[in-house]
Design a protein around this ligand. Structure first.
Ligand code: GLN
Length: 283
């Protein structure tokens, strides 16, 4: 057990260490880590700085891991998306606020929220896109497809914990390869970072997030080349597809999808104002 002091002293110590490690929001992160380590609410950390801390070992360990650039979400095992709390692990891509753009695009494109839609989410990861959509469409059912069994286990736990187990199924698959049938709505946030650019992303991403969820091949578009024919084959006529993509990739993704016979409905912008999602229909 390391010597400890008060909540306030722990917070100061941790915030300084994170700031020295170059973490931008060091104080806030130290507060969240301390709350997590002590099993108390972050607001309690602010409100009771004088309260003694008996055992700060776990806190110090988590601060050291964060200083080594492990993402906060991996320390807490949680990340919020679409106001839902998702379990995340090192095998899943962290849900990002930018991907909420896709959920909004789908909400704008689907005329009837009560329709019994069948949804496919390619590269489901934590299940965040699929489960966010199921939270908005009460009569929809969905299938999350992922290449990795350990990732699907996380998605299944998220579906269970968030109350969607009866409407969400998960299957291992290489994009749409083994899927048959017709679906009303297809979504996906495939890997789209050009392979040569992964090394220059934030260390939190490069060192800790699953490469298979990031690496889109030489130009970042490999997954879209695979997905185009699959989407056209399993999307029912009149159905909608929405795909996330990376910076500056909109026109290229659109071209790939049009070449398969899909019809572009338009782009949607993320919080930074960049085109982030393409909505498509099949006639
Ligand atoms: N948006 C992620 C990032 O920039 C990449 C996710 C992806 O490749 N689909 O870190």
């Amino acid at each position: 057990m390391t010597g400890t002091g008060s909540i306030g002293a722990c917070l100061e110590r941790g915030a300084r260490r994170l700031a020295e490690a170059g973490i931008p929001d060091a104080r806030r992160e130290a507060r969240l880590i301390l709350a997590h380590a002590l099993g108390i609410e972050p607001v309690t950390v602010l409100g009771y700085p004088e309260r003694p801390v008996d055992d700060a070992d776990r806190y110090e360990e988590l601060i050291a891991r964060r200083a080594a650039r492990e993402p906060l979400s991996h320390l807490t095992g949680r990340r919020e998306f679409w106001s839902l709390e998702f379990e995340v692990t090192s095998t899943t891509l962290d849900p990002r606020a930018d991907s909420e753009t896709l959920v909004e695009a789908v909400l704008a494109a689907v005329p009837d929220y009560h329709a019994p839609l069948s949804i496919v989410d390619f590269g489901t990861g934590t299940g965040c896109l699929l489960l966010a959509l199921l939270s908005e469409f009460p009569n929809a059912t969905g299938l999350g497809v992922d290449i990795a069994e350990e990732t699907l286990a996380v998605a299944r736990r998220n579906a269970g914990r968030l109350g969607f187990a009866d409407r969400a199924a998960f299957a291992i698959g290489n994009w749409g390869e083994s899927l048959t049938g017709q679906f009303d709505l297809i979504v996906g946030n495939p890997p789209y970072i050009p392979a040569g650019e992964i090394a220059v992303l934030q260390r939190e991403v490069t060192d800790y997030e699953p490469r298979r969820a990031l690496d889109g091949g030489e130009d970042g578009l490999d997954a879209y080349r695979r997905l185009g024919p699959d989407i056209f084959r399993i999307l029912r006529p009149g159905g909608i597809a929405a795909l996330e993509f990376g910076l500056g990739q909109g026109t290229a993704v659109e071209r790939l999808m049009l070449a398969e016979g899909l019809i572009a409905q338009g782009f949607s912008r993320d919080l930074a104002g960049h085109d982030r999602c393409l909505t498509l229909v099949k006639r």
